[in-house]
Design a protein around this ligand. Sequence first.
Ligand code: ADP
Length: 447
Amino acid sequence: MFQKILIANRGEIALRVLRACKELGIQTVVVHSTADADAMHVRLADESVCIGPPPSRDSYLNIHQIVAACEITGADAVHPGYGFLSENAKFADILAAHNITFIGPSGDHIRIMGDKIEAKRTAKRLGIPVVPGSDGAVTEEKEARRIAAEIGYPVIIKASAGGGGRGMKVAHSEGDLEIALATARSEAGAAFGDDAVYIEKYLEKPRHIELQVFGDGAGHGVHFGERDCSLQRRHQKVWEEANSPALNADQRAKIGDTCANAIAELGYSGAGTIEFLYENGEFYFIEMNTRLQVEHPVTEAITGIDLVHEQIRVASGGGLSVKQDDIKFNGHAIECRINAEDPRTFAPSPGTITHFHTPGGLGIRVDSGVYSGYKIPPYYDSLIGKLIVHGRNRVECMMRLRRALDEFVVDGIKTTLPLFRDLVGNHDIADGNYDIHWLEKYLASAD
Ligand code: ADP
């Protein structure tokens, strides 16, 4: 087991990882920018190292400074959290070259999944169902027209290097195709420095369903069921549930086994999430994230298993603590992402939190790095906390969520809490009856 882990992140996820390390009796080091000197992760860690000024590229993305911090403090492993360097293959390679363990998969696996065309090809080879579309990159309009006619309109043109919902264009008919192809390529080139794009069928009313998987690096794979993340705004997840209201136990076991077998065959190590669009009873792979997800606590709530403990165990060579048969799903969990944003316009609302009071009681978990008097720096993500609620079934979970949202107080800044108070009283949400476009339509109709 590791003696000392360096956490290369900030905010709620740095705290989340820190808690797991403390439970396992592992010393902790955190890195921080000058803007985060008063942050909770800095206060609670055994050691901290200031690695640069506020902009992320000079601090949380500065590989040299982070490696230097490992060497100075004698950390033997790094947990990257999510975002920042968590899916940076070069970072994983550099740590390996310094004999520091990256708590995550190999640089090669990160590289394959970071290239969406390669990821889709790999998924197909491993028996995972994919969205019908081009086999690789498409450059010629003639070829695009042929593929689109074959799979049928509407089609979506996506950037191979894409991420964060950027670099996608929909073409509803052949007339739209030329412009969609040209715009997607130039946007991809400008945003990612790589203008490779591919084409797939545009699904009109899918749900976003993702499978939590784990590999032990020794040829074994397991799945921890799915999460339904269909409630999105601008392709960003807002509310997540486990399990999905749309799947039954047989469907879960079937897609879960497909994913677990693929992970085993890949020889993958650590946590991963295989994302699908789900429509008319069929799953369509869209991408795999090779890290811990923001929404991992809903899976922890229904399985009772600490996924960060498992990541650390696997990275240290100790294997998983569970086999597939040990993983049982109990009840239902929902997570709300609380952002420092206007609940209608979603404009960021940094500033000082004058009062912060979190709900409590059975089945409530709040993961947050803020406190009363905390000043939110304007440089980073607007997520200030996650409310995770668990109940014996979805009805109990929703009742508890409504009560917890009533108790939650954040004064001094605007937050997305009022949006969740509206959603929890909505009939479609109560019925679990929504797809990936539901929230955007709801927000537009409420204007
Ligand atoms: P990113 O890496 O940028 O998040 P994804 O491939 O994961 O890109 O897609 C993000 C979102 O875009 C999906 O959750 C879905 O809302 C939409 N999307 C992607 N592919 C399709 C598709 N073939 N049909 C319909 N919507 C899609």
